[in-house]
Write a protein that binds this ligand. Structure first.
Ligand SMILES: O=C(O)CCc1cccc(O)c1
Length: 495
């Protein structure tokens, strides 16, 4: 066993979070072995929504165009009463700050196929499907025991990433516990094809009916998803019967005979967060670290943000790059991600309760109350904005320099002109650190950028844009920002 080669990173779980983590790492020159329990990607749809910041992560692994082809931009979220009459709408029209549609709906098996093909193509990634992790032995390197087609195999790795979902074996192996954020509801999830089409406005509909809360999502092409809150005593088998399905979907006006059911299953929507995301070289990402109800469509996006936050830090750690100021770089992973994810989970729970909870009297009040609340500009602005990442101050988020608003938040990605051609900003920033400036950075920041090997991007010379970047810098009282490889601003120079 000791003569066996040691792989730099073992990724457990080839779902979108694990696959994206492996591709990000491979893009940074780190070889990964990805193992998955299932011999082939899981064929049924699960996640259906990503926001623009999450699609920007897919862009970093070269999949933004392919994702655009398999997804449809969504108009936003509407709240409907029990008779499907809209009473509030949160629009996600127009380009977001990340250079992608602010809301996209897709069918997960298609995303899985894109990611799997990319993994298979990458010379630094090895995929070993049909192998289930059964244990991890501490040590340096770590030894993972895998049950595979030829019995138990052992694999040694410098780092193990647990991307193995809600029932994570890696989580159990490091003794992490899930903290309960108090949401447990059983919902019936039905994915269908309807060749005749179901009339939609192009966004997500949330039916705020306490007797039968429901969500309706128009996926690409002729696919659709319904989610119905289940009543005590109901089962997926019962609700999947044609007469029950006809009753549940009647308000949408489609004969049940027009529906081809792709999947009908009961799900328990939960809100949980792991108390520790790392034990030495073993780390948790995605559903292994956190679970949230789907009411704001942020579950998978949180996993992709985890991968984005961690991959470059891990690459630096493994390369022992000259980041002497970044000692304990892996400690920043949970410190940054956990508060953000917890806020998102709590937001999803609040939305779920507000939209679908409570007795009939609450439902009667919901409509006028939503109307009133949405007249308050701050509330409206907050609801329209959706989820915005903001990491706390720490070793990689420097808010000490001046009254800095930008550190800890993402740098926008407009299309800029570079070398005479329209180019997404991230292509100009490159895969490492970048210093984006429209003035003279203060000497300390410039020196830090040099130490980090940052690419210097001068606004107005190297790139020009329509003024959005200057406006963003000015609003953040900055002339220069040091942008991390995950596009989060680490530090800024005052204006
Ligand atoms: O807020 C949005 O624009 C989308 C919300 C959404 C996405 C997916 C499921 C869901 O219940 C809501």
């Amino acid at each position: 066993m000791n003569g066996e080669p040691v792989v730099p990173v073992l990724v457990v779980g080839a779902g979108p979070t694990g696959s994206t983590a492996a591709l990000l790492l491979a893009g940074l020159g780190v070889a990964c072995t990805v193992v998955d329990r299932d011999p082939t990607p899981f064929p049924t749809p699960r996640a259906v929504h990503l926001d623009d910041e999450a699609v920007r992560v897919l862009q970093q692994v070269g999949l933004a165009d392919a994702f655009a082809r398999i997804s449809r931009p969504a108009g936003g979220l509407r709240l409907l009463d029990a008779r499907l009459r809209p009473f509030a709408q949160f629009s996600r029209d127009g380009p977001g700050m990340h250079g992608h549609p602010r809301s996209s709906l897709f069918d997960q098996p298609e995303l899985d196929a894109l990611l799997r093909a990319e993994l298979e193509r990458h010379p630094l990634v090895t995929v070993r499907s049909g192998r289930e992790l059964i244990g991890i032995e501490d040590g340096s390197p770590v030894t993972a025991a895998l049950r595979g087609p030829r019995g138990t195999e052992r694999l040694r790795a410098r780092v193990v990433l647990g991307c193995d979902g809600a029932h994570s074996t890696v989580r159990a192996a490091i003794g992490a516990r899930l903290r309960d954020l108090r949401f447990d509801e059983s919902w019936f999830v039905v994915d269908v094809r309807c060749r005749a089409g179901i009339p939609t406005w192009g966004g997500v509909d949330q039916v705020c009916d306490p007797r039968r809360a429901a969500t309706f999502l128009p996926l690409p092409d002729d696919r659709y998803r319904w989610e119905f809150r289940m009543h005590p005593g109901e089962s997926a088998e019962l609700l999947a019967r044609p007469e029950q399905l006809a009753r549940l979907t009647a308000a949408w006006g489609v004969p049940v005979t027009e529906l081809e059911v792709l999947r009908a299953a009961a799900y328990t929507f939960r809100a949980r967060i792991a108390d520790r995301w790392r034990a030495g070289p073993v780390l948790l990402l995605g559903d292994a670290a956190h679970l949230m109800p789907p009411f704001i469509g942020q579950g998978l996006g949180a996993g992709l943000r985890d991968a984005h936050n961690l991959a470059w830090k891990l690459a630096w750690k493994l390369a022992a790059a000259p980041q002497s100021s970044h000692g304990g770089i892996l400690d920043t992973y949970q410190r940054e991600r956990a508060p953000h994810v917890e806020a998102v989970i709590r937001g999803a729970v609040r939305v779920g309760r507000a939209l679908t909870g409570g007795p009939h009297t609450t439902a009667a009040l919901r409509r006028p109350l939503a109307g009133l609340l949405l007249r308050v500009p701050a509330v409206r602005e907050r609801a329209q904005r959706g989820i915005a990442t903001r990491y706390p101050a720490g070793p990689l988020v420097d808010r000490r320099r001046h009254r800095a608003d930008l550190p800890g938040t993402p740098c926008p990605q407009p299309t800029v002109r570079a070398g005479g051609r329209p180019t997404p900003l991230d292509d100009v920033l490159g895969a490492g650190y970048a210093l984006l400036t429209c003035g003279e950075p203060d000497p300390a920041l410039a020196a830090r950028a040099r130490r980090l090997g940052a690419r210097i991007v001068q606004l107005g010379t190297d790139v020009t844009d329509d003024g959005a970047l200057r406006a963003w810098l000015a609003a953040g009282r900055a002339t220069t920002v040091l942008v991390r490889p995950d596009r989060i601003v680490e530090a800024s120079s005052p204006a």
